[in-house]
Design a protein around this ligand. Sequence first.
Ligand SMILES: C[S@@+](CC[C@H](N)C(=O)[O-])C[C@H]1O[C@@H](n2cnc3c(N)ncnc32)[C@H](O)[C@@H]1O
Length: 290
Amino acid sequence: MQGMTVAEARRALSDAFRQSGIDSPELDARILIGHALGLDHTALAAAANRTLDADQAHTLAILAERRIAREPIARIVGGKEFWGLLLRITQATLVPRPETETVVEAALAVIDAGGARTRVLRIADLGTGSGAILLALLSELPCAFGIGTDLSHDALAVARDNAIRHGLSPRAAMLACNFGAALVGGFDLVVANPPYIATGEIAVLPPDVRHDPLQALDGGHDGLAAYRAIAADVRRLIKPLGHLVLELGAGQADAVTKLLQAENLVLAPAQSDLNGIPRALTASVATMTR
Ligand SMILES: C[S@@+](CC[C@H](N)C(=O)[O-])C[C@H]1O[C@@H](n2cnc3c(N)ncnc32)[C@H](O)[C@@H]1O
């Protein structure tokens, strides 16, 4: 691509991506060229006639190869926007997915139903990864304090960094523990997007998904292991009249509903994502905890 203009390189890259079956060739080409040249969307458009030098062409060729090998764009550029927050991601973290915003919406709906967003709230995000759900909630709830847990120390370091980048670190703590095991309880809201892929299905996942850390995906033999662990502990963690909001894998709504009903939680109908898949399940503690 050396000697090509930015516009020519963009066309060449998008043709190569299209031929290799990538879903969004033009968008991916634009993002990768912008990343390689350090230019945002507007600056890239203004630079359409600039010629690529040898270093830029080399960098771009390496990035394009990674994309053609199905490494997700977010992993290549090291960031992903979630709920309007640009989050850093690394090999230790799941790439936050648009459907997980359904969990944020469901959590805010249940908070809104209980009073003003400005009240003091305690939130726990079990399996916080990049901190996506917790930081989105803290960005909307100005007097809330949250704890994100994860087994991965590397993921927690990324979540802490994301909290600092968005000015939320004074209200966000990140803790290494097994879901909520080290937490004392008394939470108004517990949220989680736990690993929910059945172990046997991981090898046949689309190539983009297989770049996520195994620990973020593997939900045990039936995909429900994390839900069982969280359900067993949730009444200890949530205070009376508190709430749990869980992300669901496709087809898991009935099974997870049963697990939570067995803990005497009151369930609302699952909220669907933009593809119509039941994605966020809200459960509430209607009475005093056991
Ligand atoms: C599906 S990812 C979700 C990450 C993030 N909450 C999001 O929605 O983008 C699940 C996360 O749970 C973490 N995890 C897996 N098992 C765990 C456990 N037993 N205790 C705490 N975290 C766990 C993984 O390391 C991963 O970061």
